[in-house]
Structures are given as C-alpha cells and as structure tokens.
Design a protein around this ligand. Sequence first.
Ligand SMILES: NC(=O)c1ccc[n+]([C@@H]2O[C@H](COP(=O)([O-])OP(=O)(O)OC[C@H]3O[C@@H](n4cnc5c(N)ncnc54)[C@H](OP(=O)(O)O)[C@@H]3O)[C@@H](O)[C@H]2O)c1
Length: 281
Amino acid sequence: MTVAVVGAAGQLGSELVQVLSTRGHHVVALVRRDVDVTDHAAVLDIVPRTGASVVVNCTAFNDVDGAEDRPGDALAANAFAVRSLARACAETGATFVHYSTDFVFDGTASAPYTEADRTNPQSVYAQSKLLGEWFAADVPRHYVLRVESLFGGRAARSSVDKIVDAVAGGRPARVFADRTVSPSYVEDVALATEALLARGAAPGLYHCVNDGSATWLGVAEEVVRLLGADRGLLEPVKVADVALKAKRPQYCALSNAKLAEAGAAMPDWRDALARYLRRRG
Ligand SMILES: NC(=O)c1ccc[n+]([C@@H]2O[C@H](COP(=O)([O-])OP(=O)(O)OC[C@H]3O[C@@H](n4cnc5c(N)ncnc54)[C@H](OP(=O)(O)O)[C@@H]3O)[C@@H](O)[C@H]2O)c1
C-alpha cells in the first residue's frame, strides 16, 4: 500500500519510514518543508497528491512544559492540525493513523490503564493531545495509538537515551523513583502499526506500548544492568521535589491487551531495551 508518513524526520516518523519501506510498502515521507500541518489548506492540498491509502501522522508539539506558555502553538499542532489531516483522509477515503499519549490520564490509577478508562488531562499538552484524539476519531478508518516514553529513535534524544548517555559516560543520572511508565520502543511501535494495517484490524483506540511497566528508576536500573555500569550513578528523585511547569501523571502504566488481541502483541520493555542497546552498539 502507499503510506504517507507526515512528520517523517521525527523520532517515531523516521522509524516508521524505515519499517514500512522494509515491509514492501510505498512510503511518501513528508517533513516540515513539504507541509506545515498547521496550514489547513496546505494539508488538504498535499494529502490527495500523495495518492496514499494510509496517512500516518507523526507530527506533534511535544514540549510539555513549553505548552503551558504557548497553548496556541500546542493546540495548533496537536489538535487543529489533526483535524485538517482527518478531514483530508475523510475526503480521500484514506485510513488515518495518529499517535497520542499516556498524559491524557491523570495518573491516579493503581492498575494499568485500559482504553476504556476515563481520561483527565492535567496539562495544556495533554489537553491538546486529547482533542487531537477526538478529531482523529472522526475518520471512518482510524487508528489512534497511545504511546508513552518513546525511545530508540535515530535522533536519540529520549529520556532513555539521556540515561544511557549519562551512565555510559560515567556521569550521574537523576531519575524519578515515583513515576511509573510503560516505555515504548519506536521499532516495536512501528511494527505494531504495520501489523494493525496489514491485518485490517478494527479501527479505534489502542494502547501501543511495550509490555509491562516500571518506575523511571527501574528503567534506569535495567540500563545500568545491561551496560554493566555503576548503580551508584543513579540519583533517585521524587516528582514532588522537582519543579516542573506542567503536571505529569504519576502512575501511567498502560495495558496493551487490546492491541495484542488485535494481533499486534508488543514484547516486554526489558527485551525492547536490550535490543535497542545492541542496536546503539
Ligand atoms: N516522545 C515521547 O516520549 C512521546 C510520548 C507520548 C506520545 N508521543 C507522541 O508520539 C508521536 C511521535 O512523537 P516523536 O517523539 O516521534 O516526536 P518528534 O521526534 O518531536 O517529531 C515530531 C516531528 O513533527 C514535526 N512537526 C512538528 N510540528 C510540525 C508542523 N507544524 N508541520 C510539520 N511538521 C511538524 C517536527 O519537525 P521539526 O523537527 O522541524 O520541529 C518533528 O519532525 C507524537 O504524536 C507524540 O505526541 C511521544
């Protein structure tokens, strides 16, 4: 199939281009200079010209703290641009794949969130992403995939990469001991996305994260173990002790059971981390 990947230079976008091409799809990779997704007319113009039967949106305004000061920019990229892409897909009949975030939840749960759980976004970024989910869901054939704590992109700028860079270089790494996440390896997210499309899975909302969960300290301890680094480099901190502009959900393990039932099971995050560290060399 012909797949247009919008935001193709980003962490997840570049991986999707690679994975979809390797799997024999014709990929039209669109970066910012091809289309500014906040330009409604430009979006409506370019999507039909790609000839794509699937449009995958990997663009986003991801500066969680910056969004508190720039709500207009966050809404433009994370919500209204999604509305434009969704409208273009509805007009061409394309399937629309869009990525969202665990931040749509308030983080007060004590068991992994499912797709049926109530959202309660706590920041401007989170509110803008939730709006984007709603706009994406207007497309008859849509997949809204919530990912979390992405790592493994070629640009290597994730929190996991920051931990790896620090401890591999013998420098201390400050990590939250009381924030629980389900990390998502971009390669596994891209493979799961392709699997949903190839199988013609039921449209809808899916949690697309690696299996399992850990605190950031737990993730960092696994990095230290895999690298044979010094555990003493890890400096545990508490969410309450760090001044951040935007509120973060504290417990955000996501259940990926629905994704697995759709035929796109995700490996355990430890397995994903080990594969990524091998790939990084
Ligand atoms: N990273 C995470 O941990 C995380 C967690 C939860 C959810 N997500 C979601 O996962 C998806 C992929 O995230 P990511 O980490 O791969 O993002 P990323 O690396 O920041 O890439 C986003 C891409 O979108 C492009 N972009 C932004 N605004 C644009 C615009 N107006 N027009 C055209 N292109 C634009 C950026 O281009 P420039 O480089 O030119 O700005 C960049 O290439 C997003 O929906 C994100 O919200 C990510």
